[in-house]
Design a protein around this ligand. Sequence first.
Ligand SMILES: *Cc1c(COP(=O)(O)O)cnc(C)c1O
Length: 397
Amino acid sequence: MRLSKKTYSVKPSPTLAIDAKAKSLKASGVDVISFGVGEPDFDTPENIKEAAIKAIRSGFTKYTPVGGTDELKTAIIEKLKKDNGLIYEKNEIIVSCGAKHCLYNIAEALYDAGDEVILPAPYWVSYPDQIVLNGAAPVMVKTEEGNSFKIKPEILEANLSKKTKALILNSPSNPTGLAYDRKSLEAIAEIAVKHDFYIISDEIYEKLIYDGFEHVSIASLGDEIKQRTLVVNGISKSYAMTGWRIGFAAGPKDIINAMTNIQSQSTSNPTSISQKAAVEALTGTQDFISKMVSEFDKRRKYMVERLNNIKGVSCIKPVGAFYAFPNVSSYYGRSFKGNSIKSSMDLSTYLLDEAKVAVVPGAAFGDDRYIRLSYATSMENIQKGLDRIESALSNLK
Ligand SMILES: *Cc1c(COP(=O)(O)O)cnc(C)c1O
């Protein structure tokens, strides 16, 4: 059978692939420690679950408006105002089946063949494929640890062309855990306004921040940049609700309208029950988040310190999300039982096979010098996993 041409350009999500391999080893009885996961290891809070159960019992189980209920849009509008100082109307909001689905709707609504989308690397794994699936070309621009993995204004400008349609920003970032400060965002906003391209601002880790870091939404820096920004956010990460599939986007009403039309021909509305749960997440008690963040914070400090104590490994301290992103490239060129380690993929495979620890190779995020470790797992696992990594790395000669 011949599949459509575009299916040959899309890869399965590599983070999910590593996780699947680790899970299948685990299922066959092997004691694997997984640092591959991209979701909180906390349970969804009770008050949110109760809201969903109530929705089912009261028969709130039918189609809703395609782009989300008025009730949920109102809760999102309130959230954007309170947390981000952003003012939107209902026709500037869409609710989709996860933030990933919002990003996909944006790609469908904005890109034409020949368009270029600036993608600072390291990037989240789904961005390049969403761009390519919609006929556009990612322009990957490497960022450096020394600049906290932020794209420099002069480098951004040097990569613009007449075809530049958008820049994707992800702050706080998956995989680096780094984030953009206000000043850096102002410089980027100025360039976007001057050259008239869109900013797709993925803020899904907004609430998972440490050391008093202040999250700023680039859309809040002025009217001109707000008109060119699509703010993408959701409840998956902040409220431990990855399986509920609710994300949202806010932006100019013509784009939101196009996204809603596209959604009406694919998924229709996101699940009615999950929308009720999302209302409770956004409007109910927020105590859960600070508890989760303080637990993540302990793990973050421990993991980063341990990594930096391993000879030849360096890890910048993340200020957000739940990932550490150490540079392990000093191990490339070494070998184990005659097998040479040449890349992040080789090293990740070695760690899974020999240390029974799952990590994600940096190549999946566009920088082969690194690996990603998630600390969304118990302290006990983190301790044990890092012991294993330390000893496995010392066996590389
Ligand atoms: C997890 C994640 C998403 C997707 O979130 P969902 O709401 O579960 O679809 C989007 N962007 C980044 C950077 C993520 O890590």
